[in-house]
Design a protein around this ligand. Structure first.
Ligand code: DOR
Ligand code: ZN
Length: 339
């Protein structure tokens, strides 16, 4: 049995670091595990300009400390200027742009009401090779919440890809067999991130013994067959799938509420959670590609120098971390980061 694993330093290809005090509280956890992270732009005042992204990046560097590189993203709106997107990409401020369908999730009110409104931006992105990160859910209230990802593929993503066949797209935090199949069946310019929680929980877990607000996120966890399909994709060895935690901290009060916020805070033990899943599926030999190689290859970035070692060892996730409730709080995980 393998008891230690050493991999190239990994990156998180999808994280919410917030701002202000919350940024200061959570950034060190991401920086401890990952060399770089794609930082989501859905602040209360979304990051839509090059200047705002550059300032936000400085606040992140100050909060995370040396040795961590935030990779910034541009929040797309109905009014996104292709010239501003291209300028920020060319000067190295941002590496990707994010499509939030308007009102799909936290702080997405300024998101895109109709994907045709960002066609000029997508044309520029396709031309310059800039990645489009996609929150893949329709917002039509008539569509059952558990079907919103699958319907998004049919109504939005497939037509978009037909119009922009060369656009680099990351289908973020996939939760369904439909999404995994779509990515597998698409060309090499379409990839997906997968969260630790969607490898581990299904929708029944949200209601196990009572309502579990800390397991609520968007896209919401789906039925077991979908979890297994997503997990098979993650551990398959395919270069199309890579690590993206979607760690999305909210205060305890905001989660434990009559109308709780969507988001799972998994940054403190994300690698340990992922590795346990790969271990259970006898896929330890595929973990490095998922965590450290496939993402940089897709984004056209170098692999990180240096390595990280994890060892088989019991680690208990505290009930509270930095005043927040972490994913798997109170559970004992089987892998730990070696000092
Ligand atoms: O659960 C989620 N939380 N899903 C998202 O898409 C956004 C995130 C957040 O920012 O809280
Ligand atoms: Zn997210």
């Amino acid at each position: 049995m393998t008891d230690t694993i050493t991999i190239r330093r990994p990156d998180d290809w999808h994280v919410h670091l917030r701002d202000g005090e919350l940024l200061e509280a959570v950034a060190p956890f991401t920086a401890r595990q990952f060399a770089r992270a794609i930082v989501m732009p859905n602040l209360k005042s979304p990051i839509t300009t090059v200047a705002a992204a550059a300032e936000y990046r400085q606040r992140i560097v100050a909060a995370a400390g040396d040795g961590f590189t935030p990779l910034m993203t541009c929040y797309l709106t109905d009014f996104s200027e292709p010239s501003e997107i291209e300028r920020g990409y060319r000067d190295g401020t941002w590496v990707a742009a994010k499509l939030y369908p308007a009102n799909a999730t936290t702080n997405s009110a300024f998101g895109v009401t109709d994907v045709r409104n960002i066609y000029p931006a997508l044309e520029a992105m396709q031309r310059i090779g800039m990645v489009l990160c996609v929150h893949g859910e329709v917002t039509d209230p008539g569509i059952d919440i558990f079907d919103r990802e699958a319907v998004f593929i049919e109504r939005v993503l497939a037509p978009l890809l037909a119009d922009f066949p060369e656009l680099k797209i990351v289908f973020e935090h996939i939760t369904t067999a439909d999404a995994a199949d779509f990515v597998i069946g698409s060309a090499a310019n379409v990839a997906a991130t997968i969260t630790p929680h969607h490898l581990i929980i299904n929708r029944s877990d949200l209601f196990a013994g009572g309502l579990r607000p800390h397991l609520y996120c968007l896209p919401v966890a789906k039925r077991e067959a979908h979890r297994l399909a997503v997990r098979a994709a993650a551990t398959s060895g395919s270069a199309k799938f890579f690590l993206g935690t979607d760690s999305a901290p909210h205060s305890r009060e905001a989660k434990e509420s009559a109308c709780g916020c969507a988001g799972i805070f998994n940054a403190p033990f994300a690698l340990e959670s992922y590795l346990a899943a790969f271990d259970q599926d006898d896929a330890l030999d595929r973990f490095e590609a998922f965590a450290s190689l496939n993402g940089p290859a897709f984004y056209g970035l170098a692999v990180n120098p240096g390595t990280i070692t994890l060892k088989r060892s019991a680690v208990r996730v505290p009930q509270e971390v930095a005043g927040l409730v972490s994913f798997q709080a109170g559970e004992t995980l089987g892998w730990a980061i070696a000092d």
